[in-house]
Design a protein around this ligand. Structure first.
Ligand code: ZN
Length: 381
């Protein structure tokens, strides 16, 4: 059998299987149970948070005659028919590639036909913010007087681009980024089911790198599983994700707090030579230093930070060399670089200059404070 990506294989089939969006699944299933569904919904949220999955579950749930707790039974003929991607009653439209008014006119024609073999016809319009102005106007006419059997689910990653006239016709559902613990338990379940081994530290890293998106998390997991022959380790995830390995970050952070400009330039040189992106190194360094602050300020850091022991030891070492205010100052400068990187053609030079000027600043500061100390002990005439 052809290999099926984890994201597809483990796509949720009912509301209970959706993770991290309880506020939405509960509302929708209650609407179905109480027979109070709307005719237009706006699903807003970043990619991979479950907008399309929930839309498809909803399309089945409103039609299923044996729905369980507002969710589709997935066993009846209606559910089975609606699972078929080419089913007439559930139409998925990608507004990114069909954004013109003629396309919406076609849709309006289509809406005139009643559903076949079930109660509702559901139109899922992905990336709806991409529609042209005239297309939005045409869509609005349909939304103003939808036939009783039609339901529109408009999905978008950029709700601010949707005209107010459309927004006011829709019930808005804001999807949240999925939290790390929820992604971790999903990964554990999927790995156990798929006979993939992966320790908890690697699972935590996968969940963090997914940045709240189920799809991104599972795509990375897929790649790691293939790369490691189903035996994923922390190192596998580092290699597959292109994330900066913590030993480079440790060396760089250490050189900064020890004011070793030669070493800083060497590390950046090696990093660039390997064809890696400097803005990514900066982002990862910011995260590393943030973890150092956690060590400096929280006694419970072992519970908060999930890393192999040698990585924590490196962070502890840095936390003892630099003061929290040193690290905060570094973080302020490096975080503001993220913006500046967008406007420069030479990220490497900008990064080097910033780090070296930080060393200058700190050596000037320490000279001034040494002078101040000296002055205190001198008796002035
Ligand atoms: Zn059913």
């Amino acid at each position: 059998m052809a290999y099926q990506a984890l994201y597809r294989k483990y796509r949720p089939k009912n509301f209970a299987e959706v993770i991290g969006q309880d506020h939405i699944t509960k509302t929708l299933s209650n609407q179905i149970k109480n027979n109070q569904i709307s005719h237009a919904y706006l699903f807003c949220g970043t990619r991979g948070t479950g907008k399309t999955s929930i839309a498809k579950i909803f399309a089945k749930a409103v039609n299923c005659e044996k729905s369980v707790d507002g969710s589709p039974c997935n066993k009846c003929d209606i559910c089975k028919n609606l699972s078929n991607a080419s089913n007439f009653n559930v139409q998925e439209i990608d507004a990114a590639s069909n954004n013109g008014v003629e396309y919406v006119r076609e849709l309006r024609e289509n809406v005139k036909y009643t559903p076949v073999g079930c109660k509702y016809k559901v139109y899922i319009v992905d990336e709806v913010h991409m529609l042209s102005e005239s297309a939005f106007n045409a869509l609005l006419k349909t939304l103003e007087e939808p036939p009783a059997y039609a339901i529109f689910i408009l999905a978008t990653t950029e709700p601010h681009k949707i005209p107010e006239t459309i927004l006011s016709r829709c019930m808005r559902c804001d999807f949240k980024l999925v939290e790390i613990p929820a992604l971790e338990s999903l990964l554990k379940k999927i790995f156990a089911d798929s006979k993939i081994t992966c320790d908890s530290i690697a699972i935590n890293l996968l969940a963090k790198l997914g940045e709240g998106s189920v799809r991104d998390t599972l795509s990375l997991a897929d790649m790691c599983a293939a790369f490691s022959n189903n035996a994923i380790t922390y190192e596998t995830v580092i290699q597959c994700s292109g994330t900066t390995d913590k030993s480079t970050l440790h060396e760089l952070a250490l050189s900064v707090v020890q004011k070793n400009s030669k070493k800083i330039l060497e590390i950046i040189h090696d990093f660039s030579k390997a064809g890696k992106i400097i803005s990514k190194l900066n982002k990862d360094l910011v995260e590393y230093l943030r973890d150092v602050i956690v060590i400096q300020t929280s006694e419970n850091y072992m519970k908060i930070l999930v890393y192999p022991e040698n990585i924590i030891d490196g962070m502890v070492k840095i936390s003892k060399i630099a003061t929290p205010s040193n690290i905060i100052h570094l973080l302020q400068k490096l975080s503001s670089l993220e913006q500046e990187f967008r406007f420069t053609t030479n990220q490497r030079a900008l990064f080097e200059i910033t780090l070296l000027s930080l060393l200058e600043e700190s050596s000037l500061e320490s000279r001034v404070s040494a002078l101040e100390e000296k002055l205190k002990t001198m008796v002035l005439p």
